[in-house]
Ligand binder design. Structure first.
Ligand SMILES: Nc1ncnc2c1ncn2[C@@H]1O[C@H](COP(=O)(O)OP(=O)(O)OP(=O)(O)O)[C@@H](O)[C@H]1O
Length: 724
């Protein structure tokens, strides 16, 4: 290995490594029989821009966006024209030459040949080589989509939307016309849509009503290496659909392409369209946040304007605080000579249009700094990014079935993720990547992330599989089989919720379970909505659950925390956080969804609008399922009672020593300081989430009466020795 220190004086803290980084082996993907794996380079004439030579076949499939999605609920902007740019022949010529310069282009004929020959093909190529944007166009140009459309899955909604926009532009067509997208609560498609980008959760939901995926001739599972739970499950479902369509006369074959990024570092630099210079920290950084911020300003002082920076950090709070700090420091007089700094946060809880802000090109004399979670790690191309700064960590949620905890912890990322982050720097031109960790730390990282399916609560997936008619979930063709403990925990949860019954050793969906599967929500929330009519409060629980779907309703600006807390007190309910959310939602409606009102009350207008939109969609599902929309007005104890019908396994009891123990697994847990109940000592508390962040905290809590619990699940609470 050759380590060279360059750029002394520019970034003293970094060492640069030149091309010969020690290679790491791509881990084996399980390869389906008769599948074909195409290396984008194999047997094609070597163009200087081409990706790596032959790869071992196989991949490993990625995961995220566990949220299920709506189907065809919204028909948005169906004929929104891409910018006038698209009509400009010069711009079109430019786009075409960009397409031709992509590493995938010389492999076009070879790929199409393989696609025609095989029903399942695995395509492995460099990040940025053109898989996501080009392959669907090649299929369409070759008219291989005459009998059915092309559906490309993405783990994240922002990727699905931004890529669809780009492809519509490249194809000089309207977004929502020939090219469209469909993500939870939002879509731009029409009957003529042939190339459709969707979140993997969305396609999973489509498969519930149409297990043969009959609208499509092509399913492209993209970013397969990420191993999201939905992509993993889709793999099994699409294979099943293929088999059934093959054996059903008159059915067209269903073609499956699994697209995965190569993680082969030996090829990372020479095989890329644009080279990326790598820098590692010289020594371990004690404060990675500080290290990355310092690097932002080191770069900012040196680099020309419009050479933008993408900084990877771990979570919303950290990002909000770094964003505020960067903006503050940018005002410093010593930076007067530097370009103007536009700092933008990027995380999943931001509404889609705010996420899409990061794609706006940088103005003359300006520099964009995007401070992001791993949401920007794969798939997307953010124009202008020349520098990536990677803190080497991410917040990971891991479910522990034994304790019922969701542990949310900051962990080291894997090498595969580190390369994905690096790849964001060289999409349009050569770039630089600064890793805030040493080369030795990089070497010690896991090669790949743990597949999501091995660390998640499986109740949603299990319900969806059952709704698709897959009888034996335990023998389902998972790429990596979840542990018996995880499967068992999901089964128990669904049984408690009344979604399934066990008949002759097999799980069977109940009528209620069938309805629950219609909601793009976790089964326990769907159960709450289904219980609405019985408690006369469907209207109220719909508002609360919509608010829970949209994060950060309350704004807490640095420097105004006191005022924000005072404003928040107006809505705080002694009954707990759920009724507090309901009061906010009602007040927002009464204020006619006024933006100024939100500002004055330290509430996030966009997130409230998002909740309003979600609610509308949920109402439509209620109508489809015949759930009556009743309202209890001010009788909010029936709302808490109704919440308990779905969340009754999430209750904690006050102990003599003043601490809380969860009833289900006897874990010690504390009320989160942001809770409306914090400081009080109610005997029984229902919590929405139990998160381990150092200590175990109950988030979003309400007071419950033990008698209700006995009424809802008498057997369960008798066993838990709950006094009435
Ligand atoms: N919105 C965009 N604006 C500008 N260029 C873009 C945009 N989207 C894609 N590109 C260009 O197209 C190239 C190929 O992108 P594409 O997403 O198809 O690659 P990929 O092989 O699928 O990468 P990944 O594995 O990271 O998703 C990018 O490297 C970039 O040069």
């Amino acid at each position: 290995m050759f380590v060279n220190e360059l750029r002394e004086g520019v970034c003293k803290e970094w060492t640069q490594e030149l091309k010969t980084m020690a290679g790491f082996q791509e881990p084996p993907i399980k390869k389906a029989k008769n599948d074909r794996s195409v290396d984008l380079n194999a047997n094609t004439s070597q163009a200087p821009t081409q990706p790596s030579p032959s790869q071992a076949a196989n991949g490993h499939l990625k995961a995220r966006d566990s949220s299920a999605s709506f189907q065809n609920l919204k028909h948005k902007n169906p004929h929104k024209r891409s910018p006038q740019k698209a009509k400009n022949p010069e711009h079109l010529r430019n786009l075409l030459s960009q397409r031709h310069a992509l590493p995938i282009f010389p492999a076009r004929a070879r790929l199409l040949e393989e696609f025609k020959k095989h029903q399942t093909v695995i395509v492995i190529g460099e990040t940025g080589s053109g898989k996501t944007t080009q392959i669907p166009q090649y299929i369409h140009e070759e008219r291989l989509d005459r009998k059915g459309g092309i559906c490309i899955t993405q783990p994240r909604r922002v990727a699905a939307i931004s890529i669809a926009k780009r492809v519509a532009e490249e194809m000089d067509t309207n977004l929502g016309g020939l090219v469209g997208y469909s993500v939870r609560f939002e879509e731009a498609v029409c009957p003529a849509t042939k190339v459709k980008y969707v979140t993997d959760g969305m396609l999973l939901r489509e498969a519930i009503s149409d297990p043969l995926l009959s609208k499509y001739s092509w399913i492209l599972l993209d970013e397969a290496h990420e191993r999201t739970i939905n992509t993993d499950v889709l793999f099994g479902i699409v294979k099943d659909a293929q088999k059934t369509r093959r054996s059903t006369p008159g059915q067209d074959p269903l073609r499956l392409l699994i697209m995965s990024a190569t993680m082969d570092v030996d090829h990372f630099q020479p095989g890329r369209q644009h080279p990326i210079e790598m820098f590692y920290a010289k020594k371990q950084q004690e404060d990675y946040v500080m290290a990355t911020m310092t690097t932002v300003f080191q770069i900012h002082r040196e680099a020309p304007p419009r050479h933008d920076i993408l900084l990877f950090l771990t979570g919303q709070e950290e990002i909000d605080s770094v964003t505020a700090n960067l903006r503050q420091i940018a005002k410093d007089g010593s930076l007067a000579e530097c370009p103007r700094l536009r700092v933008l946060p990027m995380y999943a809880a931001l509404p889609a249009h705010q996420q899409l802000d990061v794609f706006r090109p940088t103005a003359e004399g300006e520099r964009k700094v995007i401070v992001s979670t791993n949401i920007a790690e794969t798939s997307i191309t953010i124009p202008g990014i020349r520098f990536v700064i990677d803190c080497g960590r991410a917040k990971v949620r891991t479910y522990h079935p034994g304790s019922g905890f969701d542990a949310l912890k900051v962990r080291k990322i894997s090498q595969a993720q580190a390369w994905q982050r690096t790849g964001r720097a060289g999409r349009e031109a050569s770039g630089n990547c600064y890793r805030a960790y040493t080369r030795a730390e990089f070497d010690a990282m896991d090669v790949n992330p743990t597949p999501e399916i091995l660390r998640s609560n499986l109740s949603s997936v299990m319900l969806q599989l059952l709704a698709m008619g897959i009888k034996n979930v335990v023998t389902f063709d998972f790429i990596d089989k979840p542990s018996a403990e995880h499967l068992e925990a999901a089964m128990v949860q669904l049984t408690f919720l009344g979604a399934v019954v066990i008949k002759s050793d097999c799980l069977e969906l109940t009528e209620a379970g069938r309805k629950m599967a219609q909601f793009p929500l976790e089964p326990r929330y769907a159960k709450v909505i289904l219980s609405g009519p019985e408690h006369g409060c469907t209207d109220e629980v719909l508002s609360i659950i919509s608010m829970l779907s949209s994060e950060s309703i309350f704004v807490n600006p640095a420097g105004k925390k006191e005022q924000a807390a005072i404003a928040r007190r107006k809505f705080t309910s002694v009954e707990g956080d759920h009724i507090t959310l309901l009061k906010v939602f009602r007040a927002f409606k009464a204020a006619k969804k006024n933006k100024m009102w939100c500002h004055e009350n330290f509430l996030n207008f966009r997130n409230l609008m998002y909740a309003t939109e979600v609610r509308k969609q949920l109402v439509q599902v209620c109508e489809r399922c015949g759930v009556a929309l009743t309202s209890c007005q001010q009788k909010t104890d029936s709302v808490r009672r109704c919440l308990a019908t779905g969340l009754f396994t999430s209750v904690a009891e006050l102990q003599l020593d003043g601490k809380y123990l969860t009833l289900d697994t006897k874990q010690e847990a504390a009320l989160h300081p942001t809770s409306a109940l914090f400081g009080g000592k109610p005997a029984y508390v229902l919590f929405t989430e139990l998160v381990l962040t150092g200590k175990a905290y109950m988030h979003l809590n309400s007071i419950v009466d033990p008698q209700w619990l006995h009424d809802i699940a008498p057997e369960y609470f008798r066993k838990k020795h709950v006094k009435r």
